[in-house]
Design a protein around this ligand. Structure first.
Ligand code: DAH
Length: 339
């Protein structure tokens, strides 16, 4: 038995030295010192020993157990140290490593233009109103003095959802919605998407954007319209930008006009951008028709107002010198990243 115990000590020592991680070491402990382990196996044979031999072997067995426990503890501590070092190494953070740059998005040219106009108009005391893109025929046409069969409907043919529901062909219906809900004084702009059944080309799209403006109060005249648009022109294209009002016809304004700005590129002398004219046509405008006011419950004897509407695409195309409207919708990064 002495030999057996010595052999056990040797074998355990070798196994402990070879254990490469804590889990393996634990396996070794169980194999040699466990309740069903090798040492227990040897001690079970003690019954066969004589009374003199028993204490000697007992003491030796204790020594072997102590020795193995000592080796296990030693090795365990060492393995723990190694494992900690390894983990620390794996988890080190190189603070000198350059960061990964996040690609930041930016505004679409149409949004840039809309935000600019909003900013200027908010500064003049306007607030922003919204209306639905799926609109009733009543708001898009009828209430704007464009009854069924009116020729103005032809130029704004749009997409009908039912006989009385359509995709709005202009932002002007927002005027009606606001006047129905708000008492004068009213000062709003309404930017948004509009639709027309136009074929796509360099200057047309079935979906485009407009910005509507509406002011209703006591004693509002064309002079207020002109003053407001002059201010807008100066802020958008620079001091000295002039406006030109040409007589026109819209069913929902009387009188009506189209408004041109002096070409901001040549200042009015004539250049390729304004096709030699010196002027760029930008807006439709006028004094809100008494019939429209009355339809919204506003007394035209007491109140008057002006309205205007303009195309955002057209504005963006001049502003950024874009010659094809389709570029605004194609989402080509080579185009979009220039703004
Ligand atoms: N809604 C008109 C259009 O799409 C533009 C317009 C003209 C709006 C005159 C107005 C206005 O508010 O007074 O052609």
């Amino acid at each position: 038995m002495k030999k057996q115990l010595e052999a056990l000590r040797q074998a355990a020592g070798a196994a402990i030295a070879q254990a490469t991680d804590s889990a393996a070491l634990d396996g070794v402990r169980v194999q040699y010192l466990g309740r069903k382990g090798d040492l227990t196996g040897v001690l079970k044979q003690m019954g066969r020993l004589s009374a003199e031999e028993r204490p000697v072997i007992g003491q030796l067995a204790n020594e072997v157990r102590c020795a193995i426990e000592g080796l296990l503890a030693q090795r365990g501590a060492k393995l723990q140290e190694d494992e900690t070092a390894l983990r620390l190494k794996a988890e080190t953070l190189d603070v000198t490593m350059p960061g990964r740059a996040k690609a930041l998005g930016h505004k679409h040219p149409l949004s840039i233009v809309i935000d600019e106009v909003k900013e200027i108009m908010l500064g003049m005391g306007f607030s922003v109103a919204e209306g639905p893109e799926v609109e009733w025929d009543y708001y898009n046409f009828e209430a704007l003095n464009i009854p069924k069969g009116h020729p103005a409907r032809d130029t704004q043919d749009t997409f009908f959802i039912t006989e009385s529901m359509l995709l709005r062909s202009q932002t002007s219906p927002v005027q009606i919605r606001v006047m129905e809900q708000q008492k004068p004084p009213i000062r709003i702009i309404a930017p948004g998407r509009v639709y027309r059944s136009d074929a796509v080309d360099a200057t047309h799209s079935p979906l485009f954007h407009q910005i509507e403006g509406l002011v209703i109060d006591k004693g509002i005249t064309m002079a207020d319209l002109k003053g407001t648009l002059n201010q807008l022109a100066a802020r958008l294209f620079g001091e000295g930008t002039k406006t030109r009002f040409r007589p026109h016809h819209f069913p929902f304004t009387e009188p009506s006009c189209e408004v041109d700005f002096t070409c901001f590129r040549c200042g009015g002398k004539g250049c390729p951008m304004c096709k030699g004219e010196g002027w760029i046509e930008l807006l439709g405008a006028g004094m809100v028709h008494p019939k429209v006011l009355r339809g919204c419950g506003i007394n035209p004897e007491e109140y008057s107002g002006f309205a205007f509407g303009w195309g955002v695409e057209r504005l963006a195309m001049f502003r950024f010198q874009i010659d094809d409207l389709r570029l605004l919708y194609e989402n080509d990064m080579r185009f979009l990243s220039q703004f």
